[in-house]
Design a protein around this ligand. Structure first.
Ligand SMILES: Cc1ncc(COP(=O)(O)O)c(C=O)c1O
Length: 369
């Protein structure tokens, strides 16, 4: 690979020497999956780190979404955002649920609570919002609507590792929350994910569901799935947990430099930190107003690529624009003007723990004209 390339992300990797030592221990234990020692340790450590009562590890961030919907027996229609990774809506499809797309708020990229009520029908059973880029949704407003109409709330918190509002984890909101530990995320276990729940009974039920529904040697209580995290990735996750704070701080410093350099650049918009929020700096989206900037988003994106700076048009296209979902009544661009504008203007700049001062300057120099 060309050394000059600046990638949009780079995986946080544990120290290989330390990982090797743990691998040796796993080899000696000869217990490599099915709720092993490191799996249990990681669930405990994550619950503490994330300030949540219960964590159930999964093999990726998509299966906990699918399983949460199963566990809560969600059916009919679910209100969700088109401005996310496609797995959010796929999880509904895998459960035979009709997605109903609601527009987003320009200030956060998250679902706009003011537009939710108009989308509720007698078939609506739940709301599935996304803390997109780790920006907290308006959780209070969403819960008020859910309570008023008797709806469940499942947060796709794939981007929201460690995010807190006034000292409280956003993962505690709603009925359940899910995380992704994919290699591209702030905190990764290569592939991996988790579900956050409020009580021990639910934790037990989820643990059964991710293991085919087995409650013991001879009993299966539900048509569960296989989504167990193995011992190698659990151990890798324990090592990464030790360095994730430093990684988030490095990202924070990059965000500070981007903001300093880009503030005042005509036609380039970005978000500042929100008061009372502990951010994880998982992404740094900018929004390109072609008229004011004098260049379209795509022109800038490809100009950056020519200079070996790889941003990402994330999220573009909208989920509602993919062929699977395009035919839904709620998928029309007229129903989703803010999300459509954001998808057409966004570039996520390179953002990871290992960006150097020089890398950051190269990115900035692509944008400043
Ligand atoms: C918002 C969102 N939801 C769900 C997922 C799915 O997670 P995974 O890739 O771990 O299955 C992702 C992953 O990129 C995501 O960004």
């Amino acid at each position: 690979m060309n050394k000059d390339i600046i990638t949009v992300t780079s995986p946080l990797l544990p120290d290989l020497g330390e990982f090797n030592k743990i691998l040796k221990d796993i080899w000696e234990r000869k217990w490599i999956t099915n709720n092993g020692h490191y799996h249990q340790e990681l669930e405990k450590a994550l619950a503490e780190y994330l300030k949540v009562p219960y964590v159930s590890l999964f093999t990726n961030g998509t299966l906990p979404l699918i399983t949460a919907l199963q566990a809560l027996r969600i059916s009919g229609e679910v209100i969700t955002t088109p401005y996310s990774f496609v797995a959010t809506t796929h999880a509904l499809w895998w459960n035979g649920i009709k997605p109903v797309f609601v527009d987003i708020d320009w200030k956060t990229g998250c679902i706009d609570p003011n537009k939710i009520e108009a989308a509720i029908t007698p078939q609506t059973t739940a709301i599935m919002p996304v803390h997109v880029y780790g920006k907290p949704c308006d959780m209070k407003a969403i819960q008020n609507i859910a309570d008023k109409y008797g709806l469940k709330v499942i947060y796709d918190s794939a981007h929201a590792f460690g995010v807190e509002v006034n000292g409280e984890s956003v993962l505690n909101a709603g009925d359940m929350s899910t995380l992704s530990f994919h290699a591209t995320k702030v905190y990764n276990t290569i592939e991996g994910g988790a579900m956050i729940m409020h009580d021990e009974e639910t934790k037990k039920r989820i643990d059964y569901l991710k293991n085919f529904g087995f409650t013991g040697e001879t009993e299966v209580i539900a048509p569960g799935i296989n989504s167990k995290m193995d011992e190698m990735r659990s151990a890798y996750g324990l090592l990464n947990l030790k360095q994730v704070d430093a990684a988030i701080e490095s990202r924070h410093q990059v965000a500070i430099k981007y903001r300093e350099a880009l503030r005042g650049v005509e036609g380039i918009e970005f978000w500042d930190d929100l008061p009372g929020v502990k951010h994880n700096y998982s992404y740094f989206p900018i929004f390109v107003n072609a008229k004011k900037y004098g260049m379209t988003r795509d022109e800038l994106y490809f100009k950056m690529r020519e200079q070996n700076v790889f941003g990402r048009r994330y999220f573009y296209p909208l989920i509602s624009d993919f062929s699977t979902y395009r035919g839904l009544p709620s998928a029309t661009p007229e129903n989703l003007p803010v999300a459509t504008k954001m998808a057409n203007e966004v570039i996520c700049l390179p953002m990871h723990h290992a960006l150097t001062e020089e890398d950051v300057h190269r990115v900035i120099n692509c944008i400043i004209r």
